[in-house]
Design a protein around this ligand. Structure first.
Ligand SMILES: [Zn+2]
Length: 252
């Protein structure tokens, strides 16, 4: 069984959710964690999770999607944090990529969500882009478990996150030519990673540039099996266990 620990399955990207789930089932991809990025997509992720047994929701507010944020968003998060199908607070984090970034606002909203996660002992799914130093510094202040989604940093940074109790989310980027990520994975071992697609983004090779789908996790698993010379079954056994260890409300 394949698990996609990070995707964005909602109307904004997929017209026909039924078809998407069906296609995943055909490929033995039976567990999907759809991540909200603002209030609207978090609500929708939760609705979809309630409708399909295969789908679980991470709810939270992404650093580039907080333009309209007010504390009613946080109130909604608190109201639904204990819902059955909510397995994490995510996608949350820091993104300093764009010139007009309001770092201070990103940090405030991230901290509010981390506090909530800590209070309810919920894992977090963290996005960090061009913001490693601040992300590490802030996460160290909280007693949390979680996933560093789309990890692409150095071996040194990987070790820091692992020491803090995080697993690293590995997506299609690992299949790209010149990606140094595979060497980092070789060093840290599959015991420290989970598999994700970030659908509809980051489609693995050889389909790079096309729209991504959760069932493409199998391309990532195949790639790692080949590169690391470990059987596909072993990679699935270990990374699925890792997902369950972090996202404890998953029913596998
Ligand atoms: Zn994402």
């Amino acid at each position: 069984m394949y698990i996609d620990t990070h995707c964005h399955i909602y109307q904004e990207y997929y017209d026909d959710i039924d078809k998407e789930i069906n296609d995943c089932n055909k490929e033995n991809c039976n567990v999907l964690i759809t991540n909200g990025c603002d209030l609207k997509s978090s609500k929708e992720s939760l609705e979809i999770a309630k409708k399909y047994k295969e789908v679980y929701a991470a709810i939270g507010f992404h650093p580039t999607e907080i333009k309209d944020y007010d504390d009613s968003w946080l109130y909604w998060l608190k109201e639904h944090i204990n819902d059955d199908k909510v397995v994490a607070i995510g996608e949350i984090g820091l993104d300093y990529h764009y010139d007009d970034t309001d770092k201070e606002k990103e940090i405030i909203i991230l901290k509010k969500q981390l506090e909530l996660a800590e209070k309810y002992q919920m894992p977090v799914i963290v996005h960090s882009r061009d913001a490693t130093e601040d992300t590490l510094k802030i996460l160290k202040d909280y007693n949390l478990k979680g996933i560093i989604h789309g990890f692409s940093g150095s071996l040194e940074v990987a070790k820091e996150y692992i020491k803090m109790g995080y697993k690293l989310g590995v997506n299609g980027v690992v299949t790209f030519k010149n990606a140094h990520l595979k060497e980092v994975i070789k060093e840290i071992g599959i015991k420290n990673i989970v598999i994700e697609t970030d659908s509809p983004y980051l489609t693995p090779d050889p389909f790079r540039g096309q729209k991504n789908h959760p069932y493409n996790v199998k391309i990532i698993v195949d790639f790692l099996a080949d590169y690391l010379n470990i059987s596909k079954e072993e990679i699935l056994r270990i990374t699925n266990n890792n997902a369950k260890e972090i996202l404890q409300k998953l029913k596998l």
